[in-house]
Design a protein around this ligand. Sequence first.
Ligand code: SF4
Length: 234
Amino acid sequence: MPQCPHQALSLHAGKVIWQADICQQCDSCLKMCPQQATPMAQTMSVEEVLAHLHKARFFIEGITVSGGEATTQLPFLLALFSAIKADPQLRQLTCLVDSNGLLSETGWQKLLPVCDGAMIDLKAWSSECHLVLTGRDNKQIKRSILLLADRGKLAELRLLVIPGQVDYLEHIEPLAAFISQLGDVPVRLNAFHAHGVYGEARTWPGATPEDVNQLAKALRARGVEKLIFPALYL
Ligand code: SF4
């Protein structure tokens, strides 16, 4: 397929075949697809993931499953984390999930016995703003955050600073009060940048250190101290 500048894609019997060993991760194929589908997706069994983990186990402390939204494949997550916890050579690895927080309480009840924690994004304080930004309200996300904090399994709360779009500062009092009730949970402040973003958001300006610091200062003034700052700004 000539669209791949590194000849990592070919067409066989109507299917796109991706060669991982040649791919340069340039993402040209992602930008080309009108559905933002990736030809680089691979299907792996639990056993295949475990085989990779056995090779890597001396160099890692744990695994984090992300997505897309990893919890939409809950049966696989359950099977994977259960298999890791049952394996004498892997059970010391932490099993974390990076999630949008939309999993139901029943789903969390199933996952938490084998999951060490979850990182959850709260992309806006008000449901209205969250709906505009993501197409969904954030009621279930807040419920998930509270449930995870209550079980001691909220590994990190993430806020995304999008200048002119997000409403954290408008609602700083309830936001800070909500975070304060979560206990000793780190709050990661992520800086929005339009790289790799599709649709209207491509035109939004990226967050600067000043934007992030303004939110950090407002949170600290209300007792939220455990903040993690962006490693880089684009
Ligand atoms: S990311 Fe896509 S376009 Fe780039 S080398 Fe890999 S397969 Fe080819």
